[in-house]
Design a protein around this ligand. Structure first.
Ligand code: SF4
Length: 306
């Protein structure tokens, strides 16, 4: 699968095959971001970007190259959808912290926001489990001489100690099997099982008491849920540790462009990389970009006293 998009299972297989071939490279560009290396913070979005294209990871998270301004109609549509998606997330956040979102929604001239909100009220809110709600909760765990961070749109912990992580999406609903393999579906429950005690009266939340749930405004009647398990947790621990170790060990010239041009359709660095391909529809891209924006609010390096 060299150069193509790998899901987590494929990556684990590659990883096992290559086990033992790598060593930590002191010339790794991540090593040079800040000394010591342990201060770099990974997220589900940055790891997913790495699996798609190493160059993309480098440009975004190490070189921090700002994406070019929108220049095509598709880019402009993506920008508009991202703004709407951000407003939707803001409205949901306000809902859960007790600030009426009506003014925010009514003030947006794009009627899609009001449509999504109506769907949210009609389908998402009634479906949520009872429990204590933690909107936009952030957790970090030490991982492979670094850190892994997760930012949940909403965490609900029921009186019985069952935790539901909810993620709101405004883009296109992917196949459930694809969603199950996405890095977010692996990383969020993993981080919660490792570090979620502070949300559960200082008691750890066992993996089998965690559910990852997605709600898509484009398919409001479908609440997609993935129960977690102890077996999945150990698989994820091994895979995430190895993946992060691989990234930390890459030399500066190891962040190569993906061989297949397909992923470049979903990447705004395509002009920078000389990949002249038609961009994918904005509705397919918007959720990844919103995740990136939300995570960008968190630094990629942990402060010394963190
Ligand atoms: S345009 Fe293609 S090669 Fe360049 S960073 Fe994006 S995915 Fe990688």
């Amino acid at each position: 699968m060299a150069g193509g998009k790998r899901n987590m299972e494929e990556w684990v297989m590659d990883e096992r095959r290559d086990a033992g071939k790598r060593t930590r490279d002191p010339q790794s560009p991540i090593s040079n971001i800040q000394s010591p290396v342990s201060n770099f913070r990974f997220s589900q979005r940055s790891l997913a970007d790495y699996l798609v294209c190493k160059r993309r990871f480098r440009l975004r998270y190490i070189d921090r190259l700002v994406w070019p301004a929108p220049f095509s109609q598709a880019d402009q549509e993506l920008e508009a959808l991202m703004e709407l998606g951000r407003d939707f997330h803001q409205a949901v956040h306000q809902q859960f912290v007790g600030v009426d979102p009506d003014e925010l929604i009514a003030g947006n001239p794009d009627g899609r926001l009001a449509t999504w909100w109506k769907a949210f009220e009609a389908h998402a809110l009634p479906h949520l489990p009872e429990g204590e709600c933690w909107p936009e909760a952030v957790l970090s765990v030490p991982m492979a001489a670094s850190w892994l961070v997760a930012r949940f749109d909403l965490l609900i912990v029921s009186p019985s100690g069952h935790a539901t992580i909810v993620d709101w999406k405004t883009g296109r609903l992917p196949d459930t099997s694809d969603l199950a393999q996405q890095m977010q579906t692996r990383v969020y429950p993993f981080v919660l099982a490792e570090a979620g005690a502070s949300f559960n009266h200082n008691q750890p939340i066992p993996p089998e008491r965690i559910t990852m749930a997605y709600w898509y405004a484009q398919a409001p009647g479908d609440f997609v849920e993935f129960p977690y398990s102890a077996e999945a947790h150990e698989r994820n621990r091994q895979a995430l540790q190895s993946l992060i170790d691989e990234i930390l060990g890459l030399p500066a010239d190891g962040f190569s462009k993906v061989a297949d041009f397909g992923p470049c359709r979903r990447c705004n660095y395509r002009a920078y990389c000389g990949r002249d391909v038609e961009p994918a529809p904005a509705m397919e891209l918007v959720d990844e970009e919103i995740d990136f924006l939300m995570e960008s609010a968190m630094p990629y390096e942990i402060e010394e006293d963190a």
